[in-house]
Design a protein. Structure first.
Length: 328
């Protein structure tokens, strides 16, 4: 069996779907809450579903049957202010699962984040060494919690400590696509623009806070969620690959590009673009530019092209958000 923590979530549910589609026995560890998050799993075969508090006990009891652990569960809100919750859910859970996989010799793939790069002044090179990671300055508690785990693992690797037979950290960039609907304020801009298109007929983008950057000219590396799941499965199929890797497309695109992709995906609507002031709470912790350096993943052997922003947006809107059933 393969355990996927956060398996009912956004990226996790796509990984579960891909694993189930090829006949793997998948166990999901996640909170479902009182909303429709369960629908992220409803179309796929799931062997079992366990609560996060039961995760380590379940792994201990089932360890002979566990093939791998894919750890995608976390508090993902960049606005989370409760440091103790971040420690418990993002740091402690990750390092405890690392220890289990190390002791039991199980592959371990976990989610890091491009948020660890902070404002980007140190670049976006997925240098997994302690020295490379020490140069980064995360801008919020969520990013710091992910960065702490990356650094803790890097120190273990450098000093020659025993490690899982395969270990991979994935620095996800701006992921968008189906099954993100439970994420509330953390939904992708693509999803928020679609909602605005229906509600107001206008697409709202933040004004720039920098004189050298035009409104809507902020650029991000937007990566379609389907591509993320394909990379995870490729890693499972290549157990000799370990390390910390960026997971983006390698090409930054502007929010204006995204708005235009939404307009092209909804040609029957006459959508206007409107620029609004950035909330004060975001100004000092906003990433105006992200672009994944993809050399290391490519050098490891991953050759499949990534979905373009236009193709991904069109697929997301037309085949999911504009249908009666938007779930993957």
């Amino acid at each position: 069996m393969i355990l996927v923590t956060g398996g009912a979530g956004f990226i996790g549910s796509h990984v579960v779907a891909a694993l189930a589609a090829r006949g793997e026995r998948v166990v999901v560890c996640d909170h479902l809450g009182s909303g429709d998050k369960w629908r992220n799993l409803a179309k796929h075969e799931v062997e079992d579903l366990i609560a996060p508090a039961q995760c380590l006990a379940w792994l201990t009891a089932k360890r002979p049957l566990v093939k791998a652990v894919i750890h995608l569960g976390a508090i993902s809100a960049t606005t989370e202010a409760d440091g103790d919750r971040l420690v418990e859910n993002n740091i402690r859970a990750s390092l405890d699962l690392w220890e289990f996989c190390r002791e039991q010799a199980k592959p371990f793939i976990y989610a890091s984040s491009a948020a660890t790069y902070g404002d980007g002044t140190a670049g976006f090179d997925d240098d997994g060494s302690p020295e490379g990671l020490a140069r980064l300055r995360p801008l919020n508690g969520y990013a710091w919690s992910k960065h702490l785990v990356d650094r803790a693992i890097a120190r273990r690797v450098k000093r020659g400590a025993q490690v899982p037979p395969q270990w991979v950290g994935l620095k996800f960039f701006n992921v968008y696509g189906p099954n993100e609907y439970h994420k509330e304020s953390m939904r992708s801009v693509a999803k928020q623009l679609h909602e605005q298109a229906h509600a107001t007929g206008r697409l709202r983008l933040f004004k720039s806070t920098r004189p050298d950057l035009p409104d809507g000219g902020q650029r991000r590396d937007f990566v379609y969620v389907r591509d993320c799941a394909e990379v995870v499965l490729w890693l499972l199929d290549h157990p000799g690959v370990s390390g910390l890797f960026n997971l983006g497309t390698g090409q930054a695109r502007s929010f204006l590009d995204l708005a235009e992709a939404v307009r092209k995906a909804l040609p029957e609507r006459k959508l206007e673009i409107e620029f609004i002031d950035m909330p004060a709470v975001l100004k000092d912790r906003y990433q105006n530019f992200t672009e994944a350096k993809m050399d290391r993943l490519r050098a490891a052997g991953y050759t499949k092209p990534f979905t373009s922003l236009e193709a991904g947006t069109a697929d997301y809107l037309r085949n999911y958000l504009e249908t009666a059933d938007p779930y993957r």
